[in-house]
Ligand binder design. Structure first.
Ligand code: SF4
Length: 304
């Protein structure tokens, strides 16, 4: 099948099966273009919970589809590529977190949404990069552990002077950004604003004109008077920035800002997932109920 035939077949199967396609901003442009909804991981999971569709095709990585399943247990949630995972989410395991909690029974666990259902189930509250600051401020004065992203955790800890331990995990894409890359981009595009995701290291965040989640960065470029930006996050986001801001210029900080797992999914995978109803995400019910508590606590604190 050529690309247009694939797109037509995806549309036909979607209607036949009452399915919706959700795609994260870091997906390939072709996948973004067939999606019914685009967003960050949490926005997509909320959409998954609210839609009348029976089937959700989640174009992203495993923890995202799993979060959708936690919020919508009655729906069929499909992840087009079964191996699409998040290396950072795998840096905190149920076993290690259980051992930590046994040694530190008075510490509250704050987990990033980039975690497995088992880790969410062991946590007191979940956060995303968009709402972490809002959530964490409710816990000022408490003993905290933040898992798994050391960069976002360190950023929050310093900004709010928190009594918070930070797990040593990281996103291998954002963590690899170097000062030299930023200095080079700034000298190449002197009129551009440098905007960055807080999964980058502190020394990089400190060089930025703006720090924000994927959603925050998208909103920032649309609202800013500046016409040119250096983008310090995963390259897939530039497709949506360009669609929404046709008169502005976007320069990717480094070609290394490409998430291997996010780029595993292509149009053929979306088609195969719909046709064969593969790969179905399941979460064991007791884990799901516990994980849902940490997500619901986040929603209570953020009114989302
Ligand atoms: S960009 Fe980083 S945090 Fe996001 S899925 Fe890829 S490895 Fe995980």
């Amino acid at each position: 099948m050529n690309k247009q035939q694939l797109v037509d077949e995806i549309k036909r199967l979607k209607e036949e099966k009452n399915a919706v396609i959700l795609a994260h901003y870091y997906q390939r442009a072709g996948v973004q273009d067939v999606a019914d909804y685009m967003g960050d991981s949490l926005k997509l999971s909320r959409i998954a919970a609210e839609t009348d569709a029976d089937m959700i095709v989640f174009c992203g990585v495993h923890f995202m589809a799993e979060t959708a399943k936690i919020l919508s247990p009655e729906k069929t949630v499909l992840l087009p590529v079964a191996e699409a995972g998040c290396p950072m989410a795998d840096m905190v395991t149920e076993r290690k977190l259980t051992a930590y909690k046994e040694k530190h029974p008075d510490t509250l666990v704050v987990c990033y949404v980039n975690t497995t259902a088992q880790v969410k189930a062991l946590s007191d509250v979940c956060v995303t990069s968009s709402n972490a600051e809002k959530v964490i401020r409710h816990y000022e004065g408490e003993k905290l552990l933040y898992v798994p992203d050391k960069n976002l955790g360190t950023y929050l800890k310093h900004k709010y002077d928190l009594d918070m331990e930070v797990w040593p995990g990281f996103c291998c894409i954002h963590n690899d950004v170097t000062k030299e890359e930023v200095e080079f981009a700034k000298s190449t595009y002197p009129n551009a604003e440098f905007i960055v995701h807080p999964e980058c290291r502190m020394e990089i965040v400190e060089m930025a004109d703006f720090v924000g989640s994927t959603k925050g960065l998208l909103e920032y470029v649309s609202n800013s008077d500046c016409q040119e930006f250096i983008i310090g996050t995963e390259k897939g986001i530039i497709h949506q920035m360009e669609l929404a801001n046709k008169d502005k210029k976007f320069h990717l900080l480094s070609e290394n800002l490409a998430c291997y797992d996010m780029k595993l999914t292509n149009l053929e995978d979306v088609y195969e997932a719909l046709k064969n109803e593969q790969h179905v995400i399941e979460v064991e019910e007791t884990i799901r109920e516990q994980a849902l508590k940490s997500l619901n606590r986040m929603f209570e604190l953020t009114d989302q």
